[in-house]
Design a protein around this ligand. Sequence first.
Ligand code: C2O
Ligand code: CU
Length: 478
Amino acid sequence: MYRSHVTKLNLGLLFAATLVGCSSETAPRVLTTEERLLVEFEAAYSESGPVPEGEVHFELRASPTEVPQFDDAPFAVWAYNEQVPGPVLRVRLGETVVVVLQNDLPQPTTIHWHGVRVPNAMDGVPGVTQPAVEPGESFTYRFTPKDAGTFWFHPHVRGSEQVERGLYGVLIVDDPEPLPWSRDELWVLDDWLIRKGPELVEEFNTRRDLSHDGRWGNVVTVNGNYRNELEARPGERLRLRLANTANGRIFAPDFGELDAKVIAVDGLYTSEPLPAEGFEISPGNRLDLDITIPKGSAGQAFEVVDRFTRQAFILSRIRVSGDEVETPTFEAPRNPNIPEWNEFEAVELDAEYVLNARAGGKYGLEWTINDVAWEQAVIDEEFGKLEAGQFHRLRFTNASARLHPMHLHGQFFKVLSRNGEAVSEPYFRDTVLLKRRETVDIGLVPLDWGRWMLHCHILEHAEAGMMTAVDVPKATSE
Ligand code: C2O
Ligand code: CU
């Protein structure tokens, strides 16, 4: 199984240092805090036994089309394979994903594999990891996911327009030995700003979107359905995967009487099942839940209500019918090796990213990171460097009154503190929400070299400049 040899190397050296200490009759060398944090991380990403091999081929054709939406009225979108959400790509851990993207859009595009630890060249960032795919052209993505879980994909060109128009889909990487869930279900959450027709409002990156928390739609869909319902039988045990593909909207699902436990955040398992109360799903985030439908609930419908805004609304219903089934019993999947990193404060900050807005730029308002607005053209710059296989502490400081779900490509991180107070989140993430004027410290051990984007996942904020990169240089031994 994949384990960065960079990390192995470092840990190997730590071991050697300790052993040498022993044999020469002096006390073993005391590890530094950085080294202890690294030891905690050593088994962080789940290891599994033998995994299957082989390639799984997919084709994704991006094109303008119409889909039945909003009470079946034809609705003009841009879509992968004429579906919104796009097709679910599903592989098993160990298998290689090969995706031929055919661009039949009137604009250049790319695909970014959100949350998947891919080789840098497969990361889908135009001008950084690949040239954009021009209309009429195609590009082949090829990578072997290193983690099982729920991921998604979307363009990284004019995201605020292309994702809003319907270009997104989910990638599921199954564990080598999937557990016997009664059902494995997916809810892709999105919202749309439409007017009568129905038709999509085609003014993108408006002043209003930019000065607020991006573009929030007036209709919410789950799996493209305006009134979504999931059918289940009493006693069934569901793995329910949620993915937020909206440009700006944040969801806070309330499962009411249902006992819902979070088992994975942003694809990776948590250290133990966690109560779902209080979890917020920002653009980019995924949440996997373990839900057992109570026996004796046939004929009932459970409502899942969104409570992020003051106007609560029904996100979806779970309608129970049919004969009772035996509830499968197994221990929910978990990752006991999530590092605690309690000692993080002893490690100096490697970088601070101050998030703010100012007048200027092509939209009249720019979103900046350390007073710089990202420009597609400026890519030869030097960015902050993070050393592979080493612990790093980064800080986001939100100097604005808006929301910023910050996403880092190519690595997982752990939230260490909010507003100076240590927090214990027993899981990794790839996107963390900063509320107004909030400060968040994260810890990470980068494993894969390359230039990785760091940006706000409110796509209008990213479009208006809120994007930067970090460089993980190739170790000289590689
Ligand atoms: Cu899902 Cu760079 O983003
Ligand atoms: Cu933002």
